[in-house]
Structure formats: C-alpha cells, structure tokens
Design a protein around this ligand. Structure first.
Ligand SMILES: [Zn+2]
Length: 442
C-alpha cells in the first residue's frame, strides 16, 4: 500500500516521460544535460543541515576536539582544492599555501572581519555560497553568528558522564581527549540550570536533563546531536529502570563504574533522550559514519546497529537525522529511511569522497528514497588558514556538482524528467530538511 502511495506522489515527475523502460547507460547527451542543470542547481538557495561554523580559535565550535590521527587524502592540508576555495572566496593571489603566502590569507580574513563586523562576516560567506541558512552544530552559540541564518543544534552526549569517568578516559588516547570535554559540557549544562551538585536520585537527574533540553530549545536550539559513536558501541540495550536507578545511586557520590554498568546507564539515557526528542519535537541528529582519531571503532559504530532503535514503534514520534548517511555503508543505510521518521544527511560524504564518487552514492539515494535525503557540508574551521569558510566552499561546490551529475545521468537513462530532476534538487538542497522544523528555519 505504501509503495503505491509513493509512486502516486512521484507521478507528476514521471508523467511526460516516454512510457519505456529505463536504460542502463547514459547517452552521449549526458554532459550537455549536466551543463544545463548545474547553473540551475547553483541558483537554488541551500539549507546546510550539518556544519560547525566558527573561527579556528573558538573552543565552542564543537563539544569535542580532534585527537591526532590520520586524515584521508582529500582532507589533508595539502589538498590543492583548498587553494581554489581561497581564490574563489577571497581572491587569493598565490598558487600554494607556503607560510608567507598563507599570511596573506589570514590578514585578508582579518580585514574582512573589520569590514563586515559582528554577524555580517559569516552572513557574507553564506551569501557567496548561495546558502540561505546553515545549521550551527556547536557547544554554544557565539555572538558573531546570526541566529536567524545559523540555527543551533546542541550536543547531548555529556549526559552520559555524571560519574567518575577515570576508567572511560583511560581506554585509549582519543578518550583522554574526549571525556574531559564531555565533563566540561555537563558542568556547563549544570551551571545553566543552576544545579550545583548531582540530584539525589535518577528521577532528579532525568528532570535536569529534560529541563536542559527545554531551555536549549527556548534559546533557539532546533535539534539535539549525538556523537555517541565516538564513545561506545551504537547497539543500545534496553535495561530496566530499577537497574539504572541502582547504578545511579551507587556512583552518584563517587566510585568508578564498571564498563557494563556505564553501558547500561548510557543505554538508558540514550533512550530517554530519544523519547524526549519526540515529546519536545526536537529532532535527533546522530553521527553515523566513520570518525576522526585513530581509535574510532568502525564496526562497533556501524549505522545498522541503530536499526533496532530506528524501527522501534515507541520512537515513532521522534524524527531521526542520520548524519553522514552511515558512510561508508551509505548504500545499506538508505534503506533505514523507509521509516517515515528517519532521514539521511549527506554531510561529510561530499568531503570524504570526490564528486566523481559521491555522485554514485547520491544517485543511489535519489533512486531509493529521494524524499528522505538532505544536504549538509560538515564545514569545520581546521586552522587560521583553512577555515570554516574554505570548508563550506568545498562542501557546497562538491555537493552541487555531484547532484547535477547524478541527476543528468538519471535524466539521460530515462529515470526522471528534467523538471522532475529539478524538483528533486530543491528537495535535497533545501525543502526536505527545512520541512522537519515546523517553520523555525528557512
Ligand atoms: Zn560534524
């Protein structure tokens, strides 16, 4: 029945196609179609569903920090596309990023910040990219981002860390970096809520958690974000409340929980937060791909581990956004979007892959659940030279190119009309994501 409804919804896209079977190869006209589509796609104002805007010296850009580790090829400082980004955005006159040339770029940005004071600087960057607004997934919001164009997505993983976290910190060098930052974040939420010490029982702790969500929502937060894949396996059990109450009572005032005890506690808190996301109409964003640092466990954070949560009817009123689309398992992950409350976001995929490869992933998504996929960049300020600005540019340009390429092939192979393809482009770049937030974003 559902299949019929979806087909019916797509009928206008299919109506003026020849009633013929789709072809397995694009025709020779595919490049011309691409050349026609790309300028049209560039004109579509985008909604960037996942990014970390800010300046490199701002510690609130993320709730975590990057530990030392290997970067894949395209994310290295040596990527010459970053020079193209600096040329396009700032008129960078050199063809390398040698220290003396890089100084030019740092000074140019400083001058522009004077010319565009306050919130104007990053608004100007969005204008250059034809991005109407961009999610700011940050620890806290700064005064230099315009809240109307940079809606806040806040982090909630710190609620897993109310106890003595010594054992968790010592698991590996990455956790030595991450866990103290989570403790700091929890402390900031406690300060915000005027909570000076941990509540006496689990019920009190959950009240504090809910109050923080509600207050963050009042401050403009449009969604909550989990980066839990960095901290533990993403298979979540469903421990009974009494078990978790006794863990809370045992460690509230001191003592180091065992790994199974902490896992049970965080299972419970995760499910509580997901449930609250439904009650408060606060979509739940989940990091669902590979991660930075050399100790990120890819098999234990496999997006398919989340299937039991995503397909649990108890969470049907919670909207889930699977950030980075489960990459590199995005071809499997798209099938999770069969759930009406589950969406796939392509941020980071367009940076980890070149457009020539990302195009294939995006095409497979658009051929499967085209109404459930959203655009994002995962822009991040790497350093003073290569900032969020260049990172935005690379993400936006790559995504628009890959989208035009995927749609050109789909048109050429008789899968969709050109008008239908442009509708899909609007949905992916803007309309589908904006539709999740009840008029709060544009
Ligand atoms: Zn991110």
């Amino acid at each position: 029945m559902k299949r019929i409804v979806i087909l019916f919804g797509l009928a206008p896209l299919l109506c003026n196609m020849m009633f013929a079977q789709a072809r397995p190869f694009p025709g020779p006209e595919v490049q011309q179609i691409y050349n026609r589509l790309l300028p049209e796609i560039n004109k579509i104002p985008a909604f960037d569903h996942h990014a970390h805007p800010g300046f490199a010296d701002d510690p609130d850009v993320d709730a975590m920090a990057a530990p030392p580790g290997s970067s894949p090829l395209r994310e290295r400082d040596s990527n010459p596309e970053l020079i193209a980004a600096a040329k396009a955005l700032f008129g960078y006159p050199y063809n390398d990023l040698s220290p003396e040339h890089a100084k030019w770029l740092v000074e140019k940005k400083a001058a522009l910040r004077k010319q565009y004071p306050g919130t104007q600087y990053f608004d100007m960057i969005l204008d250059k990219l034809n991005t109407e607004s961009s999610v700011a997934n940050r620890a806290m919001m700064p005064d230099y981002l315009d809240a109307k164009r940079f809606p806040w997505v806040f982090f909630v993983d710190s609620f897993f860390y109310p106890f003595d976290n010594t054992a968790l910190r010592h698991r590996n060098p990455d956790q030595e970096v991450y866990v103290p930052l989570q403790e700091k974040m929890l402390h900031r939420w406690m300060q915000q809520e005027g909570v000076t010490q941990l509540p006496n029982d689990l019920g009190g702790y959950l009240q504090f958690v809910s109050k923080t969500l509600e207050d963050n929502q009042k401050k403009g937060g449009i969604a909550m974000k989990f980066e839990v894949a960095y901290f533990r396996p993403t298979h979540f059990d469903d421990p009974p409340r009494e078990q978790v109450e006794s863990i809370y009572n045992k460690y509230r005032a001191g003592g180091v929980p065992s790994w199974p005890e902490w896992i049970a506690f965080s299972d419970f808190i995760f499910r509580y937060l997901v449930t609250e996301g439904g009650r408060l109409h606060l979509p739940v964003h989940i990091h669902s791909a590979v991660g930075i640092g050399d100790y990120f466990n890819i098999s234990q954070s496999n997006i398919m581990n989340l299937e039991s949560v995503l397909r649990d009817p108890r969470y049907a009123s919670t909207t889930f956004v699977m950030l980075h689309g489960g990459f590199p398992l995005e071809r499997e992950a798209i099938w999770l979007a069969s759930m009406k409350n589950v969406y796939m976001d392509s941020s980071y995929m367009e940076l980890a892959m070149y457009p020539s490869e990302f195009e294939h992933s995006l095409k497979q998504w658009l051929e499967t659940f085209p109404d459930k996929v959203t655009f994002g960049t995962d822009s991040f300020p790497f350093n003073d030279v290569l900032g969020a600005e260049e990172s935005y540019w690379l993400g936006v340009k790559s995504s628009r190119q890959a989208l035009a390429a995927a749609l050109a092939e789909m048109i050429s192979m008789g899968e969709v009309t050109e008008a239908g393809a442009l509708k899909l482009a609007h949905d992916y770049l803007h309309d589908t994501a904006v539709g999740l937030y009840n008029g709060k974003v544009h």
